[in-house]
Write a protein that binds this ligand. Sequence first.
Ligand SMILES: *[C@@H]1O[C@H](CO)[C@@H](O)[C@H](O)[C@H]1NC(C)=O
Ligand SMILES: *[C@@H]1O[C@H](CO)[C@@H](O)[C@H](O)[C@H]1NC(C)=O
Ligand SMILES: *[C@@H]1O[C@H](CO)[C@@H](O)[C@H](O)[C@H]1NC(C)=O
Ligand SMILES: *[C@@H]1O[C@H](CO)[C@@H](O)[C@H](O)[C@H]1NC(C)=O
Length: 397
Amino acid sequence: MFFMLSISLAYLATGNSQPTFDVGKFGAAGDGETNDSPAFLKAWEAVCGASGKTTLQIPANKIFLLYPLQFVGPCKSSFIHIQVMGKLLAPSANARRNSTSVDCWLCFERVDGLLIDGPGQIDGNGETWWTKVPIHERPTSIIRLIILQALHFHGCNDLRLSGLTHLNSQKNHIGLHNCHGVSISNLHIIAPSDSPNTDGIDVSLSTQILISNTFIGTGSDDCIAVKGGTSNVNITRVTCGPGHGISIGSLGEDGANQIVDQVHVTGCTFNGSDNGARIKTTPGGTGFARDVSFEGITLIASGNPIVIDQHYCNGRDHHCQDQEKAVAISGVTFSGFQGTSADVEAINLDCSKQGCRGITINNVNISSSVGHDVRAVCKNAHGTTVSTVPVVSCLLS
Ligand SMILES: *[C@@H]1O[C@H](CO)[C@@H](O)[C@H](O)[C@H]1NC(C)=O
Ligand SMILES: *[C@@H]1O[C@H](CO)[C@@H](O)[C@H](O)[C@H]1NC(C)=O
Ligand SMILES: *[C@@H]1O[C@H](CO)[C@@H](O)[C@H](O)[C@H]1NC(C)=O
Ligand SMILES: *[C@@H]1O[C@H](CO)[C@@H](O)[C@H](O)[C@H]1NC(C)=O
């Protein structure tokens, strides 16, 4: 009865088919200190249970402190709008000393037709969680505190994310897993360049993904990582740096069978990133990466602008040895690259002994940002090249 009453008070209907719910009406304080998670959960139950075009409003000029939360569907409506005007703030590391690890902070599961937008901020409060001690040397009590993804979508189809600023995630900023039909645009994803493993956007097991007009300047990990089970991804007008570039993979870790196909990256800029366009696979895996293109790319002192690395072993020894099996790489185009490289090896195609097929490199003009020579090196790479500086004479026909 009380619950019904609070819903009807919170229900600022502009018409029966377009209910709007304000988190403040569910008791969220927005003072940056009160734990507003219970209020957000109550608001979510109301939104998820309502029909028609439903809006959850998060008001401006307020800071909502939220502990890890799960927004679970399926919901009644297939159009849910979360309008973020204010700031969502994660707890500091000290506040969660006793907690066990969680996969995500703001976790959406099985919610279809979700739109999250607004000028607001999603602040992972990561400064208090990062430590300069490398992960493998940290006491387990600290490792347990890590939240893997700030904003995570699992099984959310027809998802749109737009306009928000994502700050200082404890680890990855945004993750998509098993989502089909996603548009991400006009985001700013920002973390200091020395923050550990603060990926921008990770995509796995998903299809029909468009990421556009987005700035990603994060710490020591990928701006965007396209992982196993993913196809039909367009990434356009994204600026990356600092960060590790736009990567396919890593694929085939621990012998996994993983596929990625139809990934098209166009009109992007790598500015001071550690890598640019990269495909990475781990020896011993199976599956493939195929039909991948990087076109119209601007480089500003980018590290390793063009990389295929089939000897990738993250966290263990780098430059792993070939094994009997390898993820197959074919049909990869690097075209229209202009600008400067911070590394001598501007183009590095390091394929497994099984070889990469159908590599096309054309209209590339990369010079050094520090006045060195630049060069292309390859191993077992087959394909064609036209008008490329540095010349890729090591590419096999
Ligand atoms: C953590 O656990 C200790 C000992 O059980 C307790 O004294 C302390 O209040 C707890 N801290 C938090 C933030 O829950
Ligand atoms: C990606 O671009 C291709 C070619 O322009 C288009 O056919 C495809 O529908 C696009 N996919 C998405 C998810 O935007
Ligand atoms: C490249 O990054 C530097 C350092 O963050 C910044 O000052 C500069 O404006 C950026 N250039 C472009 C073209 O975005
Ligand atoms: C490559 O770029 C440099 C500097 O941007 C320019 O001077 C040079 O003419 C270009 N070379 C070709 C072959 O386009």
